[in-house]
Design a binder for this molecule. Structure first.
Ligand code: GAR
Length: 208
């Protein structure tokens, strides 16, 4: 069984897609062992509770400084002994120590086709605002391994989504979630759980 820890900050629709995937069998050999939020009022915590998954909140304001927060975050992760950490809308810059310790065992979902509209400052709705402002016809989502850069790690999977006339950032965000994020994130977890993902020289290889 792949022990998965999911980090969240907000609504948790991607967390829900993972919970549903495990319950419905599109993700096999996987157990969600813990949900970690940096935000007490994240609806994702309610979703975890409803699914009976242990959840903890590690909020920066509860700690003296960034170092203490980082240490608490690392403890909360280590305690759960995860094989895989999934960043599902987690809007915290991960401590380097955590990234190094869990190299090639942390994945992130980003709401654009990397390398477009990614990096520092591109998160949540801002990504879709930027895509609309640039006038792209195609956008999408990317699942990638997390390295020490921002959205720079090896890409596992991408799915394109069409931009439509009259889209607002909110409408586009919803379409990217429905058509791409909630599809490829559970899919990638299932591939990892079944040993079908390898990383070599910064590239990802998928096998049958
Ligand atoms: C998702 O769209 C995810 O791709 C994005 O935040 C949203 C979280 O929604 N992540 C980033 O922008 C990371 N750079 P959710 O809480 O409903 O899953």
């Amino acid at each position: 069984m792949l022990r998965v820890l999911v980090c969240v900050s907000g609504g948790g629709t991607n967390l829900q897609a993972i919970i549903d995937g495990v319950e419905q069998g599109s993700i096999i050999n996987t157990e969600i062992v813990r949900v970690v939020s940096n935000n007490k009022s994240a609806y994702a915590l309610e979703r975890a509770k409803q699914a009976g998954i242990p959840a903890v909140c590690i909020a920066p304001r509860d700690y003296e400084d960034r170092e203490e927060f980082n240490a608490a975050l690392l403890r909360a992760v280590d305690e759960a002994q995860p094989d895989l950490i999934v960043l599902a809308g987690f809007l915290v810059v991960l401590p380097k120590q955590l990234i190094r310790k869990y190299e090639n065992r942390i994945i992130n979902i980003h709401p654009s086709l990397i390398p477009s509209f990614c990096g520092t400052g591109y998160y949540g709705l801002k990504v879709h605002e930027a895509a609309l402002a640039r006038g792209v016809r195609i956008t999408g989502a990317t699942v990638h391994f997390v390295d020490e850069g921002t959205d720079t790690g090896p890409i596992i999977m991408q799915k394109a989504v069409t931009v439509q006339e009259g889209d607002t950032p909110e409408i586009l965000q919803r379409r990217v979630m429905e058509e791409a994020e909630w599809v490829i994130l559970p899919w990638c977890i299932n591939l990892i759980a079944n040993g079908q993902v390898t990383v070599s020289d910064g590239r990802v290889y998928l096998s049958e």
